[in-house]
Design a protein around this ligand. Sequence first.
Ligand code: AMP
Length: 464
Amino acid sequence: MKAWHDECAVMGVWNDSEAAQMAYLGLYAQQHRGQESAGIVALSENGHVAHKGMGLVGDVFSEESLNHLQGLASIGHVRYSTTGESFVTNIQPLTARLFNGPVAIAHNGNIVNSISLRRQLIRDGAIFQGTNDTECVLHLLAKNPSDNLMACMKEVLPQLVGAFSMVVLSHDRLIAARDPYGFRPLVLGERPTKDGGTAFVVASESCAFDLIGAQLIREIEPGEIICISDKGLESSRFAESPRLAKCVFEHVYFARPDSFVFGESVYQSRQRMGEVLSQESGVEADMVIPVPDSGVPASIGYSRKSGIPFELGIIRNHYIGRTFIQPSQSIRSFGVKIKLNPQAHLIKGKRVVVVDDSLVRGTTSQKIIRLVRAAGAKEVHFRLASPPTTGPCFYGVDTPKKSQLIASKMSTEDIRKFIDADTLAYLSIEGMLKAVKGSVDEYCAACFDGKYPTGLFGLDESES
Ligand code: AMP
């Protein structure tokens, strides 16, 4: 069973007569975090009402389905899973009726001990509907003898190991919690409602707030649990942080550049990654070209620091999905051609620095370099605004198995030959941490340095 690759975003809204509409817009803004399924649960006068489906937010919801989601509070979720475990039963938010009423839950991140928790729960008589790790949380809540949901959550959450930024909606409160390591982001905001009140909002990324006119109040802290009800907002801790392990890949690639993640602007940290990269691995060239869109902010930084002019030398067709997540190798390579078009009139006869955020399998990069050479580039210098990806992520980013990560089996020189670049250079781990203004003991960089901050409960054995 492989349920730990989910990429997701969550959304929560409290005290807004358009709660479901706000969740819908918030999910729309966070679509980049998951394109496979979407769902919203609203708290109506008659209890929870849900609408969920496979596909993009814009396809799953219609005006009619949103009108059906009446109520003053809602939670929502988008999800992408790589593993074929994308049954309808796994679509979040998950809902259940517990001791004192309905509970809905939506979760971003992966709980690394979920398989052993699930085994134990099944042995104890639990009947699971899907294969997703979030369902364990519902069963653990159901087993807890306390009739106070907050007290229950505070006992259940410390049993989970790994990454979880979650929102829970009961009949009378919205709860938001973030794991003690703080792997995935989770932010709190507020917005004025059309009837003159104030709504609280929770999202994975702050870009969701921009769309709905909400103000970012702050991050939900690692190990913090927040309870929002008619009595207002209460914050407490359910666990101390053994250490922080904020996911550096959020800043490298995953988050939207217009978000503030872990208190820093993603756009600015990507620019700094490009600046540091140019200092570490400068080269003589005529222009800096980003791989759109993922390499754009880093290219701007690279160009600024090196003084080499920035050009949009490759134009992207925006009407196709991300090539990386196409199911088969043949479609993936074809996808690059439909998606990216080098501008021969700019590139011809030039020495170009091509900047991307990361190199994972190497297949996309190889195709891009081939296209740039075919457009007449004299030299192609490939620069990556992150270190070599050498290990899979077990905390909620979709990275391939270790054996498919090109840098886990080839030297930089062999990769250079494979992708056919004149030179190839990566950002150093120290350079990346400098760019995110962080240190190695507050960030998780396991995909780059192999240092996983938690035990892995055997997950690594099936992922080699
Ligand atoms: P490749 O050359 O095949 O390794 O592909 C590298 C491209 O994949 C880069 O442009 C990255 O932006 C992108 N990428 C890296 N990680 C991910 C991910 N988890 N999901 C989707 N795309 C990714």
